[in-house]
Design a protein around this ligand. Sequence first.
Ligand code: DX5
Ligand code: ZN
Length: 214
Amino acid sequence: ISPSILSADFSKLGSEVVSLEKAGADYIHIDVMDGHFVPNLTIGPEVIKKLRPLTGKTFDVHLMISPVDRFIKDFADAGADIITFHPEATSDVSKTIKLIKDQNKKVGISLKPKSEINLIIDHLSEIDLVLIMSVEPGFGGQKFMPEVLEKTKAIRELINKKNLKVDIEIDGGINFENCSKVKNAGANILVSGSTVFKENKGDLKKNIEILRNN
Ligand code: DX5
Ligand code: ZN
């Protein structure tokens, strides 16, 4: 379970991250938006750098910025552990993968709901993670798009067929109802903003447990 701090209280981001660690989060999902690749602005490397000493948890950094290459080193230096980018945000996917690997970070590629599997198929053996967007990237609190379940299944089959160890993470509109469906389709990491922070009066521990065990 990788809670997205996009739904946290930004006036106390540090203590929110510490609370997520205490509540049993596996990763911390950090959504980086540039107001250009997506119609919203969030945070940059300077904020991540300040959060880094507060937790040993994996920083799962989802870059929704274009062009992405020139910022990779900044996010690596700031303390990202996994750096995920969108193939549409670079002119050379292999080059971007190499830039991330050269920083000794794990590499993820993200597919928007309408992005086709073809965009990543040739890169599966070079990456650690596929991030499947189940909403249009840009905002938390949107409705899950069930049509991405088929894509999730297809990617899981490909990964298994090639005997690869690639994680499938799913992001957007994940709730207590659809969490078992996305797991059955082959996702093994669930991102959640609204559900983790808002359900059960914001009981982070309870919400993370339900998402994990349902
Ligand atoms: C959307 C972000 C998501 C978002 C998830 O562009 O990538 O990580 O914060 O939030 P919920 O769980 O509320 O859909
Ligand atoms: Zn995200």
